[in-house]
Design a protein around this ligand. Structure first.
Ligand SMILES: Nc1ncnc2c1ncn2[C@@H]1O[C@H](COP(=O)(O)OP(=O)(O)OP(=O)(O)O)[C@@H](O)[C@H]1O
Length: 454
């Protein structure tokens, strides 16, 4: 930092000379720029208040000039960030508050957003996920130093989130001072949208503080960020800042970068900088091992015969495998009967359709929406009027009309015997709201992609 400060005028004069700037350009754009700070190889440059409306222009035209000149003069890589004078003033005022008032100091295991159940020791390793598991462990052992970013991809419910959380727990157990943050793309998108909507520079600064000061950032289902312009842009800069500061980035997606058609080149190349590891659907042995592990924790013993039946019939998704197991266990408990193969077959008759392609049905929509909102499907199809069930239920109404041919009357029957006018109202409400409410539109888009990933 000190050497940049000492050479600040020389840096600007070098830029004038090397890039052949006219006197007027130099005096107008470059000379008034002041150095704010240089941390983690990021040089922050203050744009004076009277030039604040030109920040995009100054950044696009002069950023690379500063980057190249500083990097060459100091023989170290630097990234450049332009900041508004008024934001710097606010930042300085904030810095005068006691440190504990700063929320970014409180990222610990709770607000790292990690599920305590998703750890390496609960993750069953088999041939389908061995590579992704080893890569994850290597990253957990030396974050920021081996593979950066780590990009995990695979179909739904195959353990990407479980592995990401395992890395987070491992790092924090080894070093509780590390700031680890897990976020879904949906949460990230909503935060960016919220900051932009508030039109408040301080809110954007806070968001950047939150994401750009961590040691490990994990973004789940990154494909949902791609194509959303302002979110994508914010993510791009966050990625650059963290990566150039050697902070670990872990991403998950349903596809490898080269198969995401809408991914532009700057993301593709960055995603490929580190290591790309895929997770395939589990083989029979792995499915059996996962089910046996579940059975160990079950209060009621579950026969090996039943475990084999589930492992044979549910092949492509571990979430569905666990769901089937839970359904069978619940059937035994609820009906107070011995858990025989016949009971298991009956419990799974709606789940197991041998050789049948995934069809979009109201039942599938209800399952995906309830999982997305963290509520039970029975709550969505019940008559309960609790506020947390109303929005998911209305989204189900809307999606049943958008994605299936189900009539209003039949949707009503599925959703707690509701009258068809209630369904029409729900569908119209969501149709109108997604025109103006970007959060909701984002939510609905993500749910549609989960229902129909193709
Ligand atoms: N190898 C494994 N061993 C034990 N449990 C697993 C394994 N893989 C996945 N699971 C379990 O399966 C469920 C789904 O896994 P997870 O949420 O990690 O999938 P995902 O790949 O992130 O899915 P999506 O892309 O839909 O978000 C979780 O309950 C997880 O604990």
């Amino acid at each position: 930092m000190e050497s940049i400060r000492e050479n600040w005028t020389a840096i600007k004069e070098t830029i004038k000379r090397e890039y052949d700037l006219t006197d007027i350009s130099y005096r107008t754009w470059v000379e008034p720029l002041a150095l704010y700070n240089a941390d983690n190889h990021i040089v922050s440059i203050i744009i004076p208040e009277e030039q604040s409306h030109m920040i995009d222009y100054i950044s696009s035209r002069y950023k690379s000039f500063f980057q190249v000149t500083i990097t060459e003069m100091l023989e170290e890589d630097y990234d450049i960030k332009f900041v508004q004078e008024k934001d710097v003033i606010k930042e300085m005022q904030k810095d005068n508050l006691p440190a504990e008032n700063d929320p970014s100091n409180h990222i610990n295991s709770e607000n790292a957003n990690l599920n305590p159940k998703y750890k390496f020791d609960t993750f069953v390793v088999g041939s389908s996920n061995k590579f992704a598991h080893s890569a994850s462990l290597a990253v957990a052992e030396s974050p920021g130093l081996t593979y950066n970013p780590l990009y995990l991809y695979g179909g739904p419910g195959l353990g990407k989130t479980h592995l990401m959380h395992s890395i987070g727990h491992f790092i924090m157990e080894q070093n509780p001072d590390k700031k680890v943050l897990y976020v879904t793309s949906e949460e990230f998108t909503n935060e960016v949208i919220e900051s932009i909507r508030s039109g408040n520079a301080a809110s954007m600064t806070k968001l950047r503080e939150k994401y750009r000061t961590v040691d490990v950032l994990m973004v789940d289902d990154v494909q949902f960020i791609i194509g959303k312009e302002s979110t994508q842009e914010e993510f791009f800069h966050t990625f650059n800042v963290l990566h150039s500061a050697r902070k670990q980035i872990i991403l998950s997606s349903d596809k490898p970068p080269k198969e995401i058609e809408t991914l532009d080149e700057r993301f593709r190349s960055r995603f490929e900088w580190g290591l790309i590891a895929d997770i395939q659907p589990p083989d029979y042995e792995t499915r059996m091992a996962i089910l046996r592990k579940n059975a160990e924790h079950s209060i009621h013993p579950i026969d090996e015969e039943i475990i084999k039946y589930i492992a044979t019939n549910i092949k492509s998704n571990i979430r569905e495998l666990e769901g089937a197991f839970n359904k069978v266990a619940a059937a035994g408990k609820l009906n107070k009967v011995d858990l025989t193969l016949a009971v298991a077959e009956e419990a799974l008759k709606d789940v197991i359709y041998p050789n049948k392609a995934r069809e979009i049905t109201p039942a599938l929509i209800i399952n995906v929406v309830s999982e997305h909102f963290g509520v039970r499907p029975e709550d969505i199809t019940s008559k309960k009027r609790n506020s947390e069930f109303v929005l998911p239920r209305q989204i189900v109404m809307y999606l049943c009309r958008e994605l299936t041919d189900t009539s209003y009357m039949n949707i009503g029957k599925l959703l707690g015997k509701k009258d068809h006018t209630t369904i029409i109202h729900g569908v119209n409400k969501i149709t109108a709201e997604i025109q103006t409410n970007e959060d909701l539109k984002n939510k609905v888009d993500i749910i549609i992609k989960k229902i129909n990933p193709s």
